[in-house]
Design a protein around this ligand. Sequence first.
Ligand code: SF4
Length: 333
Amino acid sequence: MIDGAPGDAEFGFELVTCRWAERAWPPDRDTATVPVVARQLGTRNRRWDTVVVEADPEGLAARAAFGEGALDSDLLHVVRNAPTDWAWYRDALPDPDYPWRYVRAAVHRADARGIVDTKRDGNRIRIRQVEPYPDWVCRLVAVENKPDLSASAARALVDQLDHDVSAALADEVWVATASTGETVEPALFEGLPVEAGVLALSLDGEGVDSRVVWHPATLDPAAEASSPPADRESKRLELAERAYGSGWRSYVETMRPDCRWFRLRESADAFVPWCAEKECHQTAAECAGDCPGFEPEPPAWRTHGWPIEGGPGKGIQRLLARRRRRQRRPDGE
Ligand code: SF4
């Protein structure tokens, strides 16, 4: 287990689950897809701890032509519909259900990011695709992390999971919990929706062992979903894009790796933040600008091999950024 107070343990468990998913997803079947893993993503109504996009390897490789950042819904509207030959953007793109001026702004943004070609023809802006936007998302999976799935924690999850099942935005929902070592995991008795899978993870210093305690059902949007299929597909693609853009290591962007006490500790093959001042795995909320223990890295640290690009804190950010980029590659290398 990850040591620390319950909140800390949950954050650490979430990071370890993400790292495990990156290497081992899916736990219950063979697939040629590649997992793209993100954390704390969702919609206005629901945020998931871990999101796994099962990506088509060729599609994922082709997605790289559109840059490392996520494409929002306006940019997706442009790149998915941009024609192969020059055309006025209003002729080329489907009627939006919002004013054209926003489309025009999105065309300019897409041009600035190099993901669509544009040229002026008098007052008109003509567009042309750089590459066809690939069909890279095969399945979307939501995982709720509850290392200590006590009866009360399970009860608190039921409403959330019921919502996930009824919205059917994901193809599968899972609860990941720390293995108790018992033959039948207690989570099974806690009234979780039968459609949700239950996964028991055993953590040790070297890695993670997974065991499927309960297989999930594939959620059927036709039977469950309240939104029209086109809306559902758009929302899924936007979520997948956000997962692609942020990955799961972006936690470092909201923490303080520039604090002299910030460390990364390897736990079950994942780097998990550690606060040397508090001697615990700090949460992202704790490790913020208003933390009373914050102390900037001493300037002298920056003279040991990091004279221009910053100190160890910058080194941590670069390390995690490198790993994020690697995750977007189909071979993960
Ligand atoms: S002292 Fe505060 S800001 Fe510094 S690493 Fe610890 S939690 Fe983060």
